[in-house]
Design a protein around this ligand. Structure first.
Ligand code: ATP
Ligand code: ZN
Length: 287
């Protein structure tokens, strides 16, 4: 009998932990926070959350200890495990980059030929160098990669970067991006129909949450003679809703707009005569 609960592995403590828990909670899944715990069963959805070291998650998913997991693309690619990528989750963004001491002159990947490169990502880096026909001397170290040049261990490093401040304080400069990363939802290859159904439900909810974050709900009032121009500024999911106000000659317009440029849209709406503009966050958006 196939077990009817989906086991999802998330990072126990680290950069992805909080957002992983948050995205599952946003799907309406209620469970304990896992502090000091290895596992937690959801009260209202057929999932069990396993709190593990992120580096181990791809292997656990391949082996079927977990059915799914949330882990950085960088780790998934490095481990090379036989798992499926369900979808990108839009958080934990960073890049795996090559960085060199500030005085290093760099004009392209071929400049790395024969150099010593320290990294925690030998597989991703080898694949990248191979693709560029370059061979280098890789030193695999598990942490504090950024200090390798200053202690004479390597000429160049290949490490995760988000703001670049760690590189900067170590006198290093980013010279090349090897991999753009974000947190991924992954799942095991042969998952079985019952668990697949739970995974599909979960993905449906995750997508509704991600989509909602990209958009805003806008309400405004406008005099009827300005409506035509205003409606062209608001594409909406289909087209905006226009409802008459109690005051004659005025309407209320409701629509959804992309979150990134909403200030620009709001300024344009105001310029076209919209009044009482409200911009609201959307919780879930099912397309
Ligand atoms: P440990 O395995 O010992 O808990 P870790 O370095 O693997 O440590 P974190 O530092 O918590 O764990 O990073 C987890 C993931 O967060 C990384 O694999 C990566 O996908 C993502 N991440 C996002 N931004 C960064 C960043 N600036 N530096 C490192 N990782 C980042
Ligand atoms: Zn880790």
């Amino acid at each position: 009998m196939e077990e009817k609960r989906l086991r999802i592995a998330v990072q126990r403590s680290g950069r992805l932990s909080e957002s992983s828990v948050a995205i599952l909670r946003k799907c309406g899944i209620e469970f304990g926070n896992g502090l000091g715990k290895l596992r937690s069963s959801a009260r209202n959805f057929p999932v069990e959350i396993l709190f593990l070291r992120d580096d181990d998650i791809p292997q656990y998913v391949e082996d079927g200890v977990a059915d799914a997991g949330i882990v950085g693309k960088n780790v998934v690619f490095e481990k090379g495990c036989e798992v499926e990528v369900t979808q990108g989750l839009g958080f934990g963004r960073c890049r795996l980059s090559l960085a060199a001491p500030k005085q290093f002159t760099y004009s392209g990947v071929s400049d790395l030929e024969g150099l010593r490169i320290a990294t925690s990502y030998p597989n991703v880096l080898s694949e990248f160098l191979g693709r560029h026909g370059v061979s280098a001397d890789l030193h695999t170290i598990s942490g504090s990669v950024e200090v390798a040049p200053s202690i004479g261990l390597a000429d160049v490093v290949c490490d995760l970067v988000s703001s670049g401040s760690t590189l900067f304080t170590n006198g290093l400069r980013e010279i090349e991006t090897v991999l753009e990363s974000e947190a991924l939802l992954i799942h095991r290859r042969l998952i079985g129909p019952a668990k697949q159904e739970i995974l599909d439900k979960l993905c449906f909810r995750i997508r509704a949450g991600i989509e909602a974050e990209k958009n805003k709900y806008v309400l405004l009032n406008a005099p009827n003679d300005k409506l035509e121009r205003i409606v062209t500024l608001l594409p909406g999911m289909r087209s905006p809703s226009v409802l008459p106000l109690a005051e004659s000659g005025w309407s209320s317009v409701h629509s959804v707009i992309g979150g990134n440029d909403f200030w620009q849209v709001v300024e344009n709406l105001k310029a076209e005569g919209a009044e009482g503009i409200l911009v609201l966050s959307i919780d879930q958006m099912v397309l």
